[in-house]
Design a protein around this ligand. Structure first.
Ligand code: 6PG
Length: 247
């Protein structure tokens, strides 16, 4: 499949574009299915989007009581610690919008990795059984991903094992940019079942990797972002001009 590429001038324009994409998707999904499931990523890139969605202009355009929040990955730290993706989204977004607490499906990052992963597998399976009449994990409606300059996405790092078809959640140790962390992550098996996936990438530092993974050969072991190939074929890379400069 060929991903859609959207290039916008800067981070602010990306936040505006993505906020509109989310409002449209959530409105359609809630009308059709009664719920919208959103998978969140950490990192600096989506922060302006979270703030935009929490702002007065947007907060009232989403029926937040029907939105369910999940995480693509998180660090195994206390949910109150800096470095927690849960904390990032809590402070930037859902403290400011009326998402019911029961709809916030966080990873239990205060537990050890094996237990946190087992709990999240259970959370995903239970949600899928209750809302979608399937087992394993839900077909997520709207997945946000970032990409590292090494080609990682979520916490799927270069040379990590490809996911088995039934492997949904994984414990990972990684040392990206000399910042070692234990993490848990959804695998490509879960992510690729989603209805819509958006990969947000900004900055010149990632321009070479963007050109490599979009125009170069497929090396999904080396560049895990290339493992993202949704069955729905709805994969959009949303880039700023700096990240797109070699395309
Ligand atoms: C994280 C994410 C990770 C992130 C990329 C890009 O929590 O760190 O899971 O995959 O999206 O590392 O991060 P930046 O947006 O900060 O460049």
């Amino acid at each position: 499949m060929t991903p859609t590429i959207v290039t916008l001038p800067n981070k602010e324009a990306i936040a505006d574009y993505m906020a509109e994409m989310f409002v449209a998707a959530a409105t359609a999904d809630i009308a059709e299915n009664g719920v919208c499931t959103l998978v969140l990523s950490g990192g600096g890139t989506p922060q302006p989007l979270y703030e935009r969605l929490a702002s007065h202009d947007y907060a009232n355009r989403v029926e937040w009581e029907h939105v369910h929040l999940f995480w693509g990955d998180d660090r195994l730290v206390l949910p109150s610690a800096d470095g927690s993706n849960y904390k990032q989204v809590k402070e930037a977004l859902f403290d400011h919008v009326p998402v019911p607490t029961d709809n916030v499906w966080r990873m239990l990052t205060e537990l050890d990795g094996a237990r946190a992963a087992a709990d999240y597998r259970w959370v995903l399976d239970n949600f899928a059984v209750q809302h979608q009449n399937r087992t394993g994990w839900p077909v997520f409606d709207f997945v946000l991903l970032g990409m590292g300059s090494d080609g990682h996405t979520a916490s799927l790092f270069p040379e990590s094992k490809r996911a088995e078809a039934d492997e949904g959640v994984r414990v990972v140790s990684a040392d990206y940019e000399d910042r070692p962390a234990n993490r848990i992550t959804l695998t490509e098996s879960v992510i690729n079942d989603a209805r819509r996936i958006f990969v947000l990438v900004t900055g010149e530092k990632k321009a070479e990797m963007i050109a490599t993974i979009i125009d170069g050969e497929q090396q999904p072991e080396k560049y895990p972002i290339q493992r993202i190939r949704p069955n729905s074929e709805h994969l959009t890379f949303v880039l700023d001009e700096a990240a797109a400069k070699f395309l």
